[in-house]
Design a protein around this ligand. Structure first.
Ligand SMILES: [Zn+2]
Length: 295
């Protein structure tokens, strides 16, 4: 009899422990979403590459994912922010410094829809994404110019997307993000040919994510004058081997009195808005300085 009693107490104790563990897990997965501002856009420091997180009323979209080695760091970063799902994930084009970390992201979060240009390559990052999408039952859409993705009352409009061609930078999905009175033009790696096509569109924006990491192949004077950004963000690696951003690009932005922010100098750059004003803060991060290919 004593032995039975002993076992009952032991089992009760075990179930209590199990309950505690489950309860903690439940608590961890229900962290509050970011509540700093109804709208935020993070230009995350991934060294020589791009990664942009958009938050609107606690829902998220992701544009690019840095290089392969950034994948794991980004997963931890997003989990620490309490993110469980991305409504939209956009691979702007298939270069490694934009989709390198993507496979880890696709495997680690719930994904609404995945967007990427219809460009086939043999790059391992691209192949692993194409392998993961059907396995995780993620819908993959090649967007068209004029498509609008909704993230609550924030819109992401596709201004440009290219077909497969010699220069993959010009296949980039270019997005104009709008939150109430504020606008953000995300150029990915689109070069001057794409800028020329955009001149007759509504490209004036408060914030410009400068095309192609500030290289000379993008940011023509004509284009920058039309965008007239108050703030320019350059996503670029510290002491990168390409010497980016180029002085010519910085000079043109300074001529327009644009306030320039760089991930290599400031780390992750976080813009918050109430729909009228934009405030900027930065977070020094672990910049990835490894040599990068296919920028
Ligand atoms: Zn790039």
């Amino acid at each position: 009899m004593k032995r039975i009693l002993y076992w009952i107490v032991f089992l009760l104790f075990l179930s209590f422990l199990l309950y505690q563990t489950l309860d903690t897990k439940e608590y961890q997965s229900k962290k509050k979403p970011i509540e700093d501002a109804p709208f935020q856009i993070y230009f995350i420091d991934v060294g020589q590459g791009d990664c942009i997180l958009i938050q609107s009323h606690g829902e998220y979209s992701l544009v690019d994912s840095g290089n392969y080695l950034d994948g794991e760091k980004l997963v931890s970063y997003f989990q620490a922010l309490g993110i469980e799902k991305f409504q939209h994930v956009i691979g702007t084009h298939v270069h490694e410094d934009h989709i390198g970390g993507m496979n880890r992201i696709l495997k680690s979060f719930e994904i609404g829809t995945y967007y990427m240009p219809n460009t086939s390559t043999e790059y391992s990052s691209y192949l692993s994404i194409m392998d993961t999408l059907p396995k995780r039952n993620i819908s993959y859409v090649v967007p068209k110019i004029g498509d609008i993705f909704y993230l609550n009352d924030t819109t992401l409009e596709v201004l440009s997307i290219g077909e497969e061609q010699e220069n993959m930078n010009n296949t980039s999905i270019v997005l104009k993000v709008r939150y109430q009175d504020t606008t953000y033009l995300l150029m990915a790696d689109a070069e001057k040919e794409v800028e020329l096509e955009l001149l007759n569109k509504d490209i004036q924006s408060d914030v410009l994510k400068v095309g192609h990491h500030g290289s000379n192949y993008a940011s023509s004077a004509q284009f920058l004058q039309k965008v007239k950004p108050k703030y320019a963000i350059i996503s670029v690696g510290l002491e990168n081997e390409y010497g980016l951003p180029k002085k010519g690009t910085l000079d043109k932005l300074e001529y327009l009195n644009t306030e320039i922010h760089r991930t290599d100098i400031e780390g992750t750059i976080i813009l918050s808005s109430n729909g009228k004003n934009i405030s900027i803060r930065t977070e020094k991060t672990d910049t990835n300085r490894e040599e990068k290919k296919n920028y």
